[in-house]
Design a protein around this ligand. Sequence first.
Ligand SMILES: [Zn+2]
Ligand SMILES: [Zn+2]
Length: 322
Amino acid sequence: MAALDDLIAAWPVWPTILGVHMLLIVVPASVAFLALYVWKGNPLRERKIQPGFAPSHAIRREVFYSLLTAFIFALNGVFIYVSMANGWTLIYTDFADYGWLYGAFSLAVTIVLHDAYFYWTHRLMHHPLLFDRFHRLHHESHSPSPWAAYAFAPVEAVVQALFLTILIFVLPLHVTVIYLFMIHMIVRNVIGHSGFELFPRGMPAHAVLGVLTTNTHHDLHHSSRGSNYGLYFTWWDRLAGTEHPNYREAFDRVTRGQEGPAVLSSEAPETRSPTATDNAGADHGPAWNVDPRGACGIDKLETPIGAPADTLADATETRAAG
Ligand SMILES: [Zn+2]
Ligand SMILES: [Zn+2]
């Protein structure tokens, strides 16, 4: 059990690693939450994706599980640190070893590989045999806030952490590249769960920018499930026929400042089964964003955007066939 001995022997660095992982999650989530949910001058207030706000007890739950995820990521960080210190990994500390060009290339490759890893493990965790144990907790946030980004069940947090643990044994990565990857991962994830759309109008239809996921993209995944599994890029959803059929329309509606989320009442068939906690006690949030219909939470939304709320399965089959 040499590895276990090494892990224990590294105890002096445990607090530092834990602190770094806490900051990596707490700082972006706090900044986004304060800017979008507390600051009255929020410039994106017309771009709230869903009219309802998560109730305060849901936010507290998201914060708790985010901190738990940071702790699990930190344990993984200790393992990575010990593995690196013992020379077991391909992590390096001198850019001259592979050159700056390789450093940039390895960052891009890591992000593309992580997107693929996320898409397929995410789809797997939506399988009925795995969903309850692995992923249901994350989906308790039907109207996500920035704190939902890392609100995972512990077992899902382990799945998310494993990507980097595997990669450092197969791809040479500079320490700085690893940190840049983690910062990018967390910032993109926090933005994607922010509940507000900040990307420019027309982006999903853009030939180049359309490959990037928007906030509406992942918000739809939380409100209707069964579609939009991707993290950074849209290509896996498009290739596999799992992009929400009304995604572009929903995005356009949100970025025009209209009531965007009506489409979210469209049930996806896969695993949608509201529980007693679904939006229980949802409040209206800041006065500037009270839904004029009095709607509060997705269960009260009634008017789908565009086409009727045909099942996603039908739409997906049609797209796949096409
Ligand atoms: Zn999911
Ligand atoms: Zn999510």
